[in-house]
Design a protein around this ligand. Structure first.
Ligand code: SF4
Length: 269
């Protein structure tokens, strides 16, 4: 919950990291979703929860042991049995963990790319200062099991006047040359105080057309949940980290009426 990486387009990044989820909590989220879709305790023939993506709230590769354990459980044929090919882990580019992710999970890989040069990516995804594009692309090319059947997904948020020109689309093609890939174009979801605006629809379509002509699938993700600040990059939760002293104060305040009524009800000595 929360994130330490502070990508400038992401509302979640403005929320301090509270803590990492355990494998049990990750699996529980899958079960809650299945329950909601009436696929619990056993799935129907036409199961609706067919794909899982780890993204949107923190960096999964900073929690790899629990992510890998959760994927083992979710993919187990005796249990939930969702194929590893239908499980995608999205990262902002923690290069040293890409190999271990592939080896331990055989999950599909997605990369939050958003820029085609270091100068801009340093601003949008500050982790790029630690693992610049050259290192990142080398790590992706070496991802275990990469093939035409197991393509990398590049996530690219469309920011008006920042990264959305036809020249940037061509630069993107250059950057990913030779990598079996598809590109998800994400219309930016504004949040209060965000420094960016979403690209115009025509600009997004023109960007997609350049990628399509080069043979890449480049779906434009339909924005969902914008109205309730629950869309991609808007998942800042209400559970902000609270100081221990503040928590104690609130706990004591909540206990006070109970103690008072216990004292009132206690038999006189
Ligand atoms: S985009 Fe992902 S890695 Fe970046 S701040 Fe948001 S949650 Fe963290």
């Amino acid at each position: 919950m929360g994130c330490t990486l502070n990508c400038t387009f992401c509302h979640t990044g403005t929320q301090a990291l509270v803590r990492n989820l355990t494998a049990a909590e990750i699996v529980a989220q899958v079960q809650v979703a299945r329950d909601d879709l009436e696929e619990w305790p056993s799935p129907k023939e036409d199961r609706r929860l067919s794909n899982i993506v780890f993204m949107g709230m923190g960096e999964p590769l900073y929690n790899l042991p629990h992510v890998a354990a959760a994927i083992d459980i979710i993919a187990d044929n005796e249990g939930i049995a969702i194929s590893r090919r239908r499980i995608t882990v999205s990262t902002s580019g923690v290069v040293p963990e890409l190999g271990p992710l592939g080896d331990q999970t055989q999950a599909m890989l997605a990369i939050s790319l958003h820029a085609t040069n270091d100068e801009l990516r340093n601003e949008l995804v500050p982790l790029n200062r630690k693992y610049p594009l050259e290192q990142l692309m080398a790590g992706i090319r070496a991802y275990p099991g990469l093939s035409n059947a197991r393509r990398v997904t590049f996530e690219y948020v469309m920011l008006k006047g920042v990264n959305d020109s036809p020249a940037e689309a061509k630069a993107l093609l250059n950057l990913i040359k030779g990598i079996p890939a598809k590109i998800n174009l994400i219309p930016f979801n504004p949040w209060p105080g965000s420094p960016y605006a979403c690209s115009d629809w025509k600009t997004i379509e023109a960007f997609a057309a350049v990628l399509n002509r080069a043979g890449y699938a480049s779906p434009i993700r339909t924005p969902r949940g914008r109205d309730i600040l629950a869309a991609c990059g808007q998942l800042k939760s209400e559970s902000e980290k609270m100081r221990a002293s503040e928590r104690r104060r609130l706990d004591q305040a909540a206990l006070a009426p109970t103690l008072a009524s216990e004292a009132k009800d206690a038999p006189a000595a």
